[in-house]
Design a protein. Structure first.
Length: 327
């Protein structure tokens, strides 16, 4: 993702969703979508038709709920749209696939400004553009808070999917992308501040390393996962699915100065943000020990024989391993 800043054109200025109605909103959004060759039939019919180049399609879905995943006083509609797309596109990449299209179900209160809904759609569209994917359609409905449920599709382009269950003892564990930035940004916002701005922006709009997913597949990754709930928690899924133990080397992690500053201000360990912070959507994978990885993949640990668990420097990590929606 390039992180290019775009200023969306405002539409429906001064109107609410109740003013324009369901079909008026759909028309406004459809006008802003772009055609893509992989979408044979897009928004406007009972269903979209999306090409599957090798007869298979990777499919994933995720939700954003106002008050749980974002706040309108913390994030712009455009940022929320980009985030909604990013968390799903990253899941496609984590299978070793290239995203092709998304559909979105959007729920909102009738008094929501039309401009907010349209800017959300712009953000969704522009994040998809980062990987050449298209918004192929969706649905809108009234709800008590803003809710977005996005389903993303992707193509394996003839490759085998990289799952969570293929890690083997002796593999190296590596990460591509940022860790802890979003969680530190949430800490800043939760305390009523807006600085360090780089962390706040990381929380508002993640920057997943989309291309690293297909790259990992081509490099021979044995397992791969999107870091959405925290590195320890998500590597735990690989450990359980593969029936292996994973040990991380704390000295291999970068601790950026902004994260160190926030940790010092709140009396936390900087490493805790890196190990347990979610929503950066980095990719974590396991690779055969003899694979030479590009420098943007940071080798942080190894896969061992043993009961499924994730340890740090050979010991169990003290404290929560990451986010739990019902915890």
């Amino acid at each position: 993702m390039t992180g290019t800043q775009r200023t969306p054109t405002r539409a429906g200025e001064g109107q609410t969703l109740a003013d324009v109605g369901e079909f008026g909103l759909i028309d406004l959004i459809r006008e802003r979508l772009r055609d893509a060759p992989q979408v044979e039939l897009g928004a406007g019919d009972d269903a979209a038709v999306v090409a599957a180049s090798d007869g298979r399609m990777v499919v994933t879905t995720d939700m954003l709920v106002e008050g749980r995943h974002f706040r309108r006083d913390w994030s712009s509609a455009y940022d929320v749209g980009r985030k909604a797309a990013a968390q799903n596109l990253a899941d496609v990449a984590a299978m070793g696939a290239t995203p092709t299209a998304v559909v979105v179900c959007f729920g909102a209160p009738p008094d929501l400004p039309v401009a907010w809904a349209v800017e959300f759609a712009d953000g969704l569209r522009d994040e998809c553009q980062e990987v050449g994917a298209a918004v192929a359609g969706g649905d809108v409905v009234a709800s008590g808070v803003v809710v977005a449920a996005v389903t993303a599709m992707g193509s394996l382009q003839g490759r085998a999917a990289v799952t969570r269950s293929g890690a083997r003892p002796g593999d190296q564990v590596a990460v591509c992308g940022r860790l802890g930035w979003s969680a530190a940004g949430l800490t800043v916002l939760s305390r009523g501040f807006r600085s360090p701005r780089v962390l706040v922006e990381a929380h508002r709009r993640p920057q997943p390393p989309y291309a690293a997913g297909p790259e990992a597949a081509c490099l021979g990754a044995t397992a791969l996962i999107d870091v959405s709930d925290g590195l320890l928690a998500d590597l735990g899924h690989i450990a359980v699915a593969s029936g292996v133990a994973i040990d991380l080397d704390s000295s291999r992690f970068d601790l950026p100065e902004p994260i160190q500053a926030v940790a010092a201000a709140v009396g936390a360990e900087p490493l805790s943000y890196v190990l347990t912070g979610g929503e950066d959507h980095a990719l974590a994978g396991t690779f055969p020990a003899d694979v030479s990885l590009p420098p943007h993949w940071n080798v942080v640990g190894r896969v061992l024989e043993g009961e499924p668990a994730v340890t740090v420097d050979g010991a169990a990590y003290e404290g929560p391993a990451g986010h739990d929606h019902f915890g």
